[in-house]
Write a new protein. Structure first.
Length: 572
């Protein structure tokens, strides 16, 4: 199954804020709309109107000459193949055909399936050489059957991804059809007039990436203009999208890995055209390399002992290249090895995450913002959540992301009850709604870290102060004498506050006595868990470490008693 390509849903034409829930009153809908829109930047509003009304005019002139290359591209992490025959494809678990010109925009197919058709990921996918005989004809058909500006393939996001794939394919020895360079140049000219300023974030970045690479691939005055425009976007987005600790600002380790791979693509492209980018922008290559190394540092710090990413916000395995693959790609592109040396308790201040490693356990704590205020589409209502590994096994898990779209299951997976947090009166700490929307957001307050023994992290958030009872939720983690305790409290007026702890795949939890359980990992390792305060029970839940996957797991629920609860795990 070809996984969802991050950005697919965002690329879909949709209203500015999406459909409002039907069960809200008129006033509630108006308030939710206000609390969603108020965070947007002006360009996200007026830019949509400009984008809709502006019609690009593309010069029908010859393509610039190609620039000479000095080396071969490195082997980059590759995606699963999607071509199953010369005219057949499989995307998102669904098979289909592209037999004639109408199939590029076949309304019987889902929009996302058609986007994937126009990406041409198969050109650079796993074992692409085995399907090379199919590639030249399908690229030639796209050139002949997709007139300028018409259809899905000319929307800026799929256009940007296709341009990169086509250039990398060509430079890797792909047998290009007649008119290939002319079509590339036409597509680049069109993209230069369809920059997605109104969407911001990774869409804007991939627009800039395609233009920058095009400015290196071609030469001459026009190519230099593409290079200039591409770098102006990339330079802006490096400052905007990457935080002081190296994290990508959407605070999803999955998206961070994707953006890091994009950065390494740029480093590698500049490597095979030595001196070109540096001559135009003397600081550019060093800026890219520094950002790659900073982003590698953060990613390495957010990886569990099983060598996979933590699953905060929209994140799943198998979409982005693994941390090991990203690091291997960086070193192949000529970047130095990054040496990691973490203290037992480390605070990533830019992103608001904490890495905590003691003895044989590793925890990751989310004590920061849900994401950028004006672009929270990949955020979950998970403020003060955490993950915990014992050895190389995940003991307490973020339940992950198994679906995109606008469905009850998508909303559930984004909600507080699907995370290791306290939920109050069945509400979410941040008002996640629709597929990618957030109204009022939880803000972390009073964060304190004690680096001496006993080590301790504590914070509260204001996400439930919007409720009539003006509720504040607080959490403290403390490690003392081999026990990791999690103490939760809620002040204000409410009916019910519940702390949840989701256990990993294959983890068994069995009652030992009235206040304790035996927790056994999939490998058979057992630890004791105590609940000295709070009414507790074990229920069923689900874990979604990959898109389209739902794995049964167990969840511990603890009702706060007289405003607080405590759960403790013996980890030594």
């Amino acid at each position: 199954m070809t996984p969802v390509r991050p950005g697919d849903l965002e690329a879909s034409p949709e209203p500015l804020v999406g459909p409002l829930p039907e069960n809200l009153s008129g006033l509630q809908k108006a308030l939710r709309l206000f609390h969603t829109v108020k965070y947007l930047r002006p360009v996200q509003i007026y830019g949509r109107l400009w984008f809709k009304l502006h019609k690009p005019t593309v010069k029908n002139t010859a393509a610039p000459a190609l620039r000479a290359v000095a080396a071969e591209l490195c082997d980059a992490p590759s995606r699963p193949g999607s071509m199953t025959g010369p005219q057949s494809f499989e995307f998102l678990g669904k098979s289909g055909f592209c037999r004639d010109a109408s199939d590029w925009n076949n309304e019987a197919q889902e929009k996302l399936w058609l986007y994937n058709l126009h990406y041409f990921d198969d050109l650079t996918a796993e074992h692409a050489h085995e399907r090379s005989a199919w590639h030249k004809p399908i690229v030639g058909r796209w050139i002949e059957e997709n007139p300028i500006g018409f259809g899905n393939g000319w929307e800026p996001y799929p256009l940007s991804l296709r341009l990169v794939n086509w250039m990398q394919w060509s430079l890797s020895g792909g047998r290009v059809p007649r008119g290939f360079d002319a079509s590339l140049a036409t597509q680049i000219r069109y993209l230069s007039q369809r920059i997605e300023w109104h969407l911001q974030g990774n869409h804007l970045f991939v627009n800039g990436k395609a233009l920058l690479m095009a400015g290196l691939y071609f030469q001459g005055e026009e190519a230099n203009e593409w290079l200039k425009l591409g770098w102006s976007i990339i330079e802006r987005e490096l400052d905007e999208e990457f935080l002081s600790d190296g994290a990508h600002f959407e605070l999803s380790p999955m998206y961070h890995s994707i953006m890091l791979r994009d950065l390494i693509d740029l480093v590698d492209f500049s490597r095979i055209y030595p001196g070109v980018l540096e001559a135009a922008f003397p600081e550019a290559e060093a800026r890219l390399q520094d950002q790659v190394n900073s982003a590698r540092e953060w990613l390495a710090g957010m990886v569990h002992p099983d060598e996979e990413i933590s699953l905060f916000n929209d994140a799943a395995f198998g979409i982005a290249p693994s941390p090991a693959e990203v690091d291997q790609y960086a070193r192949a592109a000529g970047l130095p090895e990054v040496i990691h040396s973490w203290p037992s308790l480390h605070h990533f201040e830019g992103s608001g995450h904490v890495r905590w490693q003691r003895d044989d356990w590793t925890a990751f704590l989310d004590v920061g913002a849900i994401g950028p205020d004006y672009l929270p589409g990949h955020a979950h209502a998970d403020t003060l959540s955490f993950e915990l590994s014992l050895g190389q096994e995940r003991l307490i898990v973020d339940t992950g992301t198994g679906v995109y779209g606008d469905s009850p299951e998508r909303l559930r997976q984004r909600g507080s009850q699907a995370h290791n947090v306290v939920s109050v009166d069945g509400q979410n700490s941040s008002e996640v709604w629709s597929g990618f929307r957030v109204a009022r957001r939880a803000k972390v307050e009073d964060l304190e870290l004690s680096f001496t023994e006993p080590q301790r992290v504590s914070a509260c958030h204001n996400g439930y102060r919007r409720l009539s009872g003006n509720v504040t939720v607080a959490r403290a983690w403390e490690y003392r004498d081999g026990w990791l305790s999690v103490r939760d409290s809620a002040s204000g007026t409410y009916k019910r506050a519940v702390a949840r702890f989701h256990f990993g795949e294959g983890v068994l939890i069995e009652p030992k006595d009235e206040t304790s359980y035996t927790v056994t990992t999939a490998s058979g390792r057992s630890v004791e868990l105590r609940v000295p305060v709070g009414v507790h029970r074990i229920l069923n839940s689900t874990y979604h470490p990959r898109f389209g996957v739902s794995i049964p797991i167990r969840v511990l629920e603890v009702d706060l008693a007289k405003g607080w609860s405590e759960v403790a795990l013996q980890l030594n």
